[in-house]
Design a binder for this molecule. Structure first.
Ligand SMILES: *[C@@H]1O[C@H](CO)[C@@H](O)[C@H](O)[C@H]1NC(C)=O
Ligand SMILES: *[C@@H]1O[C@H](CO)[C@@H](O)[C@H](O)[C@H]1NC(C)=O
Ligand SMILES: *[C@@H]1O[C@H](CO)[C@@H](O)[C@H](O)[C@H]1NC(C)=O
Length: 622
């Protein structure tokens, strides 16, 4: 009962702040279709999932036929929203109500949606959708929500439903490019946190984040890209309760600075007071480190304290804190000056300053959600996750001044995991044109092992230049069979693929063996026997002849022994001799015929030149 009372006191305190000024952080939602709805609308960024700070996301809106509040798994309704390859990502439109926002987002994500648009169920200004304070079920998946969520007004939601009902396509862009101011080359950010380590999922998430983000935060800070400040929320005890047991256990400095009991049960475990003191230690650790120009040591102190002095081991004490400080080389005198006397009935300047900071300034509303990151004086929305937060910080730099860490693989948008971001990839799925950047994915042909790929990045990238065959065989076909290897890539031919001799095809996807025997392109000599092989053929000649592959003919084995060139000399010689002999024969024959005819004719008629008749027997020597 006492616990309840305490809780209600702190709630009163909380409400005092909540009633002040709360800004809803927004992303813009640009409708590109249908024509009648074309415009830019506001949407409230949900405080879970991964909003794409600095980027945009294009999608088609779908309103499910059933499970319209997305409180149940879409599997139970046989509904899925994963687009086919090349299709627009699906923005699932769901109704507010009946279950947690996080449950809706989780069900939408599991059904393949790329983003969830929750339509408000009442006419009111936009609110921020937050994670549930206490819900064991959602704790298990809270950190696995990676899709962004946005709340839209009832009016816009109704217009979407109407358009969809009449068969129109609703396409929208979610745009986070202006969600954070990005005025210059340094990002100022604050982390509103708490040293309490026993508040369930929220505390675990907060500690995991500090541990994960530490390395990155320290690099950014050391190089002067960021200016980081941690903040701790405290409440004060109303005058009337200052002397009550409750305020005494929850507050220090006579009710000036309080924190709720960690277990919400003030009869056991640690008291709110212990939390305020540890918060003060962490604040002072930052102050002292900052004075010696090493503000990043705060990250070391907080992670070391969480690891070495957890509540569950009953080590959440000032003694343990002092040990951690000593091991990090803190100036203990400066530390105790900063901490002061928690029992004193006077202000603590450090905690006083924190209370003043809590009140919103400029664009920034009061900080009421813990933990909260404030980047360039704007509250960050989305899950506390290393890459999601880095992306948000990166979007806070003036364009082109972002540090290289923002363009590295550390900022995974995961957009390449899905359908390869719509970019080109090789058949094996190993080389891709999809590049994750904090502004979203880009499709750009890569350079792999010094080999440049050229193309549009979406439908085609081809390895080019020398050495291209070394990578994935230049994107060309290759094959091995019966111990023989063939490739359609050649390094001298700096573009394209060509099937090797003995194959036909496009050279990229396939090269097919040419059946030389069937297609009668070789081994067509008489009595030859043709046998096709992979990439070639075998030919055997009939009789005792040998097959000459280059000339596709058969020759005798002797001739083959002598050699083809020599044979030609003989052949030519014979031919010349033969032709000569023939000419002589022809001449002789004619002379003989002539004299014979003359002789015969001479027997019947007188001839003038009798002298020639004597020659008639001369034919015998032919
Ligand atoms: C969340 O993700 C982690 C690791 O990625 C996985 O082990 C766990 O099962 C997931 N939880 C749920 C509820 O899907
Ligand atoms: C940290 O130090 C810088 C300058 O070194 C100063 O501008 C800044 O206000 C300090 N922050 C705090 C919280 O003391
Ligand atoms: C094809 O080429 C690739 C890359 O050059 C090589 O790793 C692979 O073993 C080759 N495959 C065959 C079947 O020859």
């Amino acid at each position: 009962m006492k616990g309840r009372l305490l809780l209600s006191i702190s709630l009163v305190l909380l409400l005092q702040f909540a009633s002040a000024k709360f800004n809803v952080e927004k992303s813009s939602l640009r409708v590109t279709s249908p024509e009648s709805l074309k415009d830019v609308y506001g949407s409230a960024i949900g405080n879970f999932g991964v909003p794409k700070y600095g980027g945009t996301l294009h999608g088609g809106v779908i309103y499910p036929k059933s499970n319209q509040k997305a409180c149940k798994s879409f599997d139970d309704f046989d509904l899925a929203f994963k687009p086919k390859p090349g299709g627009l990502p699906v923005f699932l439109l769901v109704d507010r109500g009946d279950c947690y926002f996080t449950t809706k987002a989780w069900n939408a994500q599991n059904a393949g949606a790329a983003a969830v648009l929750v339509t408000d169920d009442r006419v009111e200004p936009l609110i921020t959708m937050d994670t549930p304070e206490e819900d064991a079920a959602s704790e298990t998946y809270l950190n696995n929500i990676t899709i962004p969520s946005a709340l839209i007004t009832k009016r816009l939601g109704d217009s979407f439903k109407k358009a969809l009902e009449s068969g129109e396509m609703v396409n929208v862009y979610l745009d986070w490019r202006e969600s954070l101011p990005h005025p210059d080359e340094r990002v100022e950010y604050e982390f509103w946190t708490n040293s309490n380590d026993e508040c369930g999922a929220k505390c675990d998430m907060q500690l995991d984040f500090v541990r994960d983000f530490k390395g990155m935060a320290q690099v950014l800070e050391k190089k002067g890209f960021t200016q980081f400040t941690p903040h701790y929320i405290t409440w004060y005890c109303p005058e009337a309760f200052v002397l009550s047991k409750q305020c005494k256990s929850q507050c220090i400095n006579h009710g000036r600075y309080c924190a709720p009991d960690p277990e919400q049960d003030f009869s056991t475990g640690y008291d709110g007071k212990d939390v305020v003191i540890q918060n003060l230690y962490q604040l002072c650790a930052f102050r002292v480190a900052n004075e010696s120009h090493k503000p990043w040591v705060w990250w070391d102190y907080v992670t070391d304290f969480a690891a070495r002095c957890p509540m569950k081991d009953k080590k959440y004490t000032t003694d343990c804190a002092n040990e951690v400080l000593k091991s990090l080389g803190f100036d203990m005198k400066k530390m105790s000056d900063c901490i002061g006397d928690p029992e004193a009935d006077s202000d603590n300047p450090v905690l006083k300053a924190e209370q003043d900071e809590q009140v919103g300034k400029g664009d920034r509303g009061d900080v009421t959600i813990l933990p909260t990151l404030v980047i360039n004086n704007r509250q960050y929305r989305g899950k506390l996750d290393k890459s999601a937060v880095l992306k948000a910080i990166c979007s806070g730099f003036e364009e082109t001044t972002e540090p290289s860490i923002c363009l590295s693989t550390d900022v995974e948008t995961n957009e390449c995991l899905d359908n390869n971001g719509g970019c080109w990839e090789d058949k094996a799925g190993k080389i891709t044109a999809c590049k994750d950047t904090f502004r979203g994915r880009v499709c750009e042909c890569p350079v792999v092992q010094g080999v440049k790929f050229v193309g549009d990045g979406y439908t085609e990238c081809k390895a080019s230049g020398t050495g291209r065959c070394a990578i994935n065989n230049g994107g060309c076909w290759n094959g091995t069979k019966d111990g023989k290897s063939y490739s359609a890539c050649s390094n001298d031919n700096s573009e394209g693929c060509k099937c090797p001799i003995g194959f036909k095809g496009d050279g990229v996807n396939n090269c097919e063996d040419v059946d030389e025997c069937k297609e009668k392109t070789a081994c067509q000599c008489r009595n030859c026997q043709c046998r096709n092989t992979w990439g070639s053929y075998e030919c055997t000649c009939g009789g005792n002849l040998l097959y000459m592959r280059e000339h596709d003919t058969c020759i005798s084995k002797e001739a083959a022994k002598v050699g083809w060139g020599f044979l030609w000399v003989i052949f030519l010689g014979l031919a010349v001799a033969g032709a000569g002999a023939y000419a002589v024969y022809k001449y002789r024959l004619r002379s003989y015929m002539d004299s014979e005819i003359r002789a015969i004719m001479a027997q019947y008629m007188p001839l003038e030149n009798q002298g020639e008749v004597a020659n008639r027997v001369q034919h015998a020597d032919i």
